[in-house]
Design a protein around this ligand. Structure first.
Ligand SMILES: Cc1ncc(COP(=O)(O)O)c(C=O)c1O
Length: 442
């Protein structure tokens, strides 16, 4: 149960409301939604300014890997800070940036051979889209179209919005966007339809589009295996495999956006491993630094990279980058995160976490207020019946009263704990959320 709100908290909320604009937030409701003011965090938990403790059930929006305040990552950042805070990556390089690229490529499917750094997930997608277009131009083909998937989400910059497919987030910007063609979501299954049949259906759609205008398409962009922000919409591996085949057939580049699914989230280091395919580009972000600092990257296949090589005057340079590209502190955090992941076999642990989540939620799946539970690895969406305005939010508020912080996507309650969560905390997460669903959606 939450303690009464103290004066300090009240004053911070008031100051927040008068000077801050929060992402993805209806500001007119925000102060009355009783915001949590976070004070500190440790392990799987964070505490508010009134001393209440909450289990971080969504990994601080899908980024956290080993928990908060991990001594090894703290030490790596501190050591790096003593040595080099930041220098540009334009015309300079540094060991953390080099070492992290090597580490990421060691984990990636064979054939991905270069790392281009960006800042957040959206900026990695933005870079990948431009790379795909420019690579084709430099092979003599102008291909201004992208092919993408309904219910997809790739970030909030205009390029990534162009390849998104969630009306609530994206429709308003339509007049501003790149030209794209969109197929249906392989994760929206008709009653009685198998996921495999749905995948086949959407692949047919994609084939028709490519037959019509494949010569115009630079890249197909997908979230492999799960459309996360679309509501944890999972699809069959045959979809990912089929998209790879179509891209090969029509000479189109395949961008797999693993910003959400990468770095172990699905119980494999990369979701594409489930499908056994190699994309031309993987975008990653979120968990790369263990959830500490912003850093994202595009992992690129050699032929794409080679399309950019030429003389200084060839015009083939990729004129794209950011002030904080490959920030050394972010790189140090990421290397420490990947070290810990291999020492502790965190990816296998995440797979086991996924199995325990699935088993624990079996009773909830049979609840009359639950439409469907979709899950892969640590990524879980519980779609509840809409019984009121903001039902998903009401479930999360109820869980919060019992010490668990989760966040909905509409009426899909998302559970996505840090990969390293142990059984006792995981059981708390699933039981509190199950009870919250039961008490809100009767
Ligand atoms: C698949 C995917 N791509 C891109 C993004 C955007 O990442 P960021 O919020 O770091 O810009 C997200 C964020 O949730 C995502 O899930």
């Amino acid at each position: 149960m939450s303690a009464p709100v103290g004066d300090n908290t009240r004053s911070l909320i008031k100051r927040d409301a008068s000077s801050v604009w929060h992402p993805f937030t209806q500001q007119s409701l925000w102060p009355s939604d009783d915001p949590i003011v976070v004070d500190r965090a440790e392990g799987m938990y964070f505490w508010d300014t009134d001393g209440n403790r909450y289990l971080d059930g969504v990994s601080s929006l899908w980024v956290n890997v080993h928990g908060h305040g991990v001594p090894e990552i703290n030490a790596a950042i501190a050591q790096q800070l003593d040595r080099l805070d930041h220098t540009t990556f334009l015309g300079l390089t540094h060991e953390p940036g080099i070492a992290l690229a090597e580490r990421l490529l060691d984990t990636a499917p064979a054939g991905l051979s270069k790392v281009f750094y960006a800042g957040d997930g959206s900026s990695a997608v933005e870079a990948a889209l431009k790379m795909a277009y420019q690579a084709h131009v430099q092979r003599g083909q102008v291909r201004p179209l992208y092919l993408h998937v309904a219910e997809g989400y790739h970030g909030d910059t205009l390029g990534s919005v162009s390849v998104g497919g969630i009306d609530l987030f994206h429709e308003k910007y339509q007049p501003l966007l790149l030209t794209t063609a969109m197929v249906s979501s392989p994760g929206l299954i008709e009653p009685g339809q198998s996921r495999k049949d749905r995948a086949t259906e959407v692949l047919h759609e994609m084939r028709s589009l490519l037959q019509e205008s494949g010569e115009q398409v630079s890249a197909v962009v997908i979230e492999p295996l799960v459309q996360a922000a679309g509501g944890m919409l999972t699809h069959d591996v045959s979809f990912v495999q089929g998209v790879r085949q179509l891209c090969d057939e029509f000479d189109v580049l395949l961008i797999c956006d693993e910003v959400a699914t990468g770095i172990g989230r699905t119980g494999r280091m990369w979701a594409v491993e489930h499908a056994g395919i190699r994309p031309d580009m993987i975008t990653c972000g979120k968990g790369v630094t263990g959830g500490y600092l912003p850093l994202s990257a595009v992992l690129v296949a050699e032929p794409v990279y080679e399309a950019f090589l030429g003389s200084a005057t060839s015009g083939r340079t990729f004129y794209h980058g950011h002030s904080y590209t490959a920030n050394p502190l972010s790189c140090a955090a990421a290397i420490a995160n990947l070290d810990l992941m291999s020492e502790r076999d965190t990816v296998a642990h995440a797979a086991a976490v996924g199995e325990r989540i699935r088993d624990s939620l079996v009773p909830l799946a049979a609840h009359s207020g639950v439409k469907e539970i979709r899950q892969i690895g640590t990524m879980t969406g519980i779609e509840v019946e809409s019984v009121m305005d903001r039902t998903g939010f009401a479930v999360c508020q109820e869980a919060r009263r019992n010490g668990v912080w989760v966040r909905p996507l509409g009426d899909v309650v998302v559970l996505m704990p840090p990969l390293a969560i142990e059984n006792s905390d995981l059981d708390l997460l699933t039981s509190v959320v199950s009870d919250a669903v039961d008490s809100v959606v009767r």
